[in-house]
Design a protein around this ligand. Structure first.
Ligand SMILES: Cc1cc2nc3c(=O)[nH]c(=O)nc-3n(C[C@H](O)[C@H](O)[C@H](O)COP(=O)(O)OP(=O)(O)OC[C@H]3O[C@@H](n4cnc5c(N)ncnc54)[C@H](O)[C@@H]3O)c2cc1C
Length: 306
């Protein structure tokens, strides 16, 4: 019989939070920013808690102060005007799922919503939390990267608007300063196309991605006029596949063309072995996912050509 070894305390997602912390519930953004400024690096903001509380239970994080953002009004919205689509940081995945704007105007993000977690997780988890947690596997990242999204971050010192391509710095590391709150995701409508899609492969339906891919294409007379490709779980951060994008722009919008250049993906990704999959598997499946996302995106533009 194989030996049953005890799981080390710091690897257990137990029901007990084994640390002491001060808890705050600001009711305005100003109040939250004031607290963050005063409490510094020892403070963490809490949104849905579906990443943060898990990390605290596993003692991967031990903040001395927890600042819950959920009582701050006006950070949960999805609005679309002639120029842009703006999504508040506290918008939950369930809110995204119910939104006609997301469904009709941002199909790749909508695909990601449908592939994310369970209903319970989608009800609690926020878009801002998914971005700030900065997992290479974050499902919102590839769609937002192909839409060239920007994030608005606010502190007592002012506002910064950061392109998402510059926001992710490493696993769990972002350009966010300790006194800043992400308040909004902004997507310029020029960067959006109905010809966009996201696909993901995971061990079970509610798991993080082994690998994921999003594609956004614009066509002119059957030619790929604009191509954006992004992948998740195949590098230290979610990444754009710039080499493949560059090869495909100006080529006929045919799957045979896409297939011919897929090996270029290897220039843009750096997969690793972990509990979810091997580097080799990730490298190979990335090509299939990008191919599938292209097929889905082309179909959304009115039909694909082999
Ligand atoms: C069972 C389970 C299944 C999951 N499945 C998936 C999945 O399929 N796909 C996927 O992508 N993720 C998945 N996740 C991870 C998680 O649910 C998401 O990343 C979620 O969107 C995190 O949002 P949250 O509001 O819960 O963030 P929190 O846990 O509250 O915060 C996460 C991090 O972001 C920071 N933060 C949060 N909001 C802000 C803000 N506005 N400004 C600055 N910092 C902020 C927090 O300080 C913390 O460091 C899963 C988690 C669990 C437990």
């Amino acid at each position: 019989m194989s030996e049953v070894r005890p799981v080390p305390l710091n690897l257990r997602n137990s029901r007990i939070l084994p640390i002491r912390f001060e808890y705050y519930e600001p009711t305005s953004l100003d109040e939250a920013l004031e607290l963050l400024d005063k409490l510094g690096e020892e403070a963490k903001v809490l949104a849905g808690g579906t990443d943060l509380i898990v990390k605290m239970k596993m003692r991967a994080l031990e903040p001395k102060h927890l600042i819950n953002l959920k009582r701050i009004p006006n950070l949960n919205y999805i609005v679309s005007d002639s120029e842009s689509i703006r999504i508040g940081a506290l918008t939950t995945w369930s809110d995204l799922e119910k939104s006609d704007i997301v469904k009709n105007e941002l199909p790749a993000l909508y695909d990601a919503v449908k592939a994310m977690g369970s209903l319970q997780i989608r009800n609690m988890a926020t878009l801002g939390g998914n971005i700030c947690n900065a997992s290479p596997a974050a499902d919102s990242a590839p769609p937002l990267l192909v839409y060239d999204a920007k994030v608005k971050v606010v502190s007592k010192q002012g506002v910064r608007v950061i392109p998402l391509t510059e926001f992710f710095l490493g696993p769990g590391v972002t350009a966010l300063r300790s006194n800043e709150v992400l308040t909004e995701v902004v997507i310029d409508k020029h960067n959006v196309s109905v010809g966009s899609a996201f696909v993901k492969i995971s061990r079970v339906a509610t798991d993080l991605a082994i690998a994921s891919a999003a594609v956004m294409i614009k066509l002119k007379d059957g030619i790929l006029e604009d191509v954006k490709i992004a992948l998740g779980s195949v590098a230290p951060t979610p990444v754009r596949a710039k080499s493949l994008e560059a090869a495909l722009v100006g080529r006929p919008a045919k799957l045979e063309e896409v297939k011919q250049y897929l090996n270029l993906l290897e220039k843009d990704i750096k997969p690793i072995d972990d509990v979810r999959g091997t580097a080799w598997y990730r490298r190979e499946v990335s090509k299939v996912l990008v191919y599938d996302a292209f097929l889905k995106a082309l179909n959304r533009l009115g039909g694909c050509s082999l």
